[in-house]
Design a protein around this ligand. Structure first.
Ligand code: FAD
Length: 317
């Protein structure tokens, strides 16, 4: 079922979450068993992140070049199939501009349609760590709005090559990312909102936000999005802080602020266990307020560690 239908049918705030594919070499069974308890809260959908393929070239003494993939978390499509099969919930694969030509995107969408995926989250993807700058593939997309456009065109039966014989049409519901604290490359929030509006005008039907720790930032964002004329649902992303390292890593990586009252509590912590307790309590309070304001779903960034999300969800649902 489409995310928009799940949201439309819901009487109360839903529970949903995002997982990462396991590191190459790790088993899927462990991941699926790990998230199984979260099914207690009846998530209508589970997001699965996508990790861009990067290549390095190794030169051998004989002069030949060997292409080596640095991809650490393959398996997004297979995990989606496994989730739908085992838990009978919708799986939402993340689909990136980065690393894909338009044709590869088209083929990926066909794969997804064939395994029964009905929703995708369309993203640009980050710059590869090696270059620090986002560079599209030749014949690839530069921005998420272009990817949205391609998916919608396919839904209309418009393939890249006109000679493609249309025997079936895809019917994907497309979500996109939104940033309550602004995307780090955008010169201003107003600029970023215009770009968000473009994604919706091209056909995105819902927005999932970057994590935030101050609900006021989410509420202000929603007001500004609505003032910009965007009417689609805006699903808040929730990430509990669980380690001392995340206190500096999350703001640095995701360009967000930790509010002072949260920092006051975190500064008292000496161990990861203490940080996790503060992080869980903070998320519970965040979620309670968001539910009161009738947000469409609480969407947890689990980092594939379900225990923390379980503790929070148990207090809310
Ligand atoms: P876009 O919407 O394309 O925006 C990127 C930047 O370009 C913004 O600053 C925007 O203002 C600007 N911009 C947009 N359009 C234009 C235009 N026409 N002209 C000029 N500027 C423009 N990354 C992964 O690699 N894998 C994942 O699975 C993944 N999942 C995510 C899930 C969520 C909910 C979120 C919030 C992020 C996720 N990301 C993921 C990270 C995401 O790929 C990065 O934040 C990326 O830098 C931006 O992606 P976007 O889709 O928001 O890009």
């Amino acid at each position: 079922m489409k995310i928009t239908e799940h949201l439309g049918n819901a009487k109360d705030t839903l529970f949903s979450f995002e997982i990462l594919p396991p590191l190459k070499g790790q088993s899927l069974r462990e991941l699926l068993e790990g998230i199984a308890p979260l099914m207690d809260f009846k998530p209508p959908f589970v997001d699965v992140t996508y990790h861009r393929e990067e290549f390095i070239y190794k030169k051998h003494p004989n002069g030949l070049l060997e292409r080596v993939s640095t991809k650490k978390r393959p398996g997004t499509v297979g995990i989606c199939a496994a989730i739908m099969n085992r838990f009978k919930v919708d799986a939402v694969p993340h689909l990136l501009c980065g690393g894909f030509t338009r044709e590869e995107t088209e083929n990926a969408l066909i794969d997804l349609n064939f395994i029964g995926v009905e929703n995708v989250l369309a993203l640009r993807g980050d710059a590869p760590k090696s270059s620090g700058k986002f560079i599209p593939e030749p014949e690839g997309h530069s921005y998420a709005c272009e990817l949205v456009e391609q998916i919608v065109r396919m839904n209309e039966g418009r393939y890249l090559h006109e000679e493609t014989e249309i025997g079936f049409q895809t019917d994907f519901c497309v979500g996109v990312a939104g940033y309550p604290e602004k995307h780090f490359e955008a010169p201003s929030l107003k600029f970023d909102l215009k770009r968000l509006k473009e994604k919706v005008e091209k056909g995105a039907e819902y927005i999932v936000t970057q994590m935030f720790f101050d609900n006021a930032k989410y509420f202000e964002f929603v007001d500004q999005v609505r003032a910009a004329g965007i009417t689609v649902p805006i699903i808040p992303g929730i990430k509990p802080i669980t380690t001392i390292g995340q206190i500096t890593m999350l703001p640095r990586t995701f360009f967000l602020d930790l509010p002072d009252p949260l920092m006051d509590e975190l500064e008292k912590c000496k161990t990861n266990t203490e940080v996790k307790a503060v992080g869980i309590e903070w998320s519970i309070q965040q979620c309670k307020e968001l539910v009161k304001k009738q947000v469409p779903s609480l969407h947890f960034y689990t980092m594939s560690k379900a225990d923390t999300t379980y503790k929070i969800a148990k207090e809310i649902f």
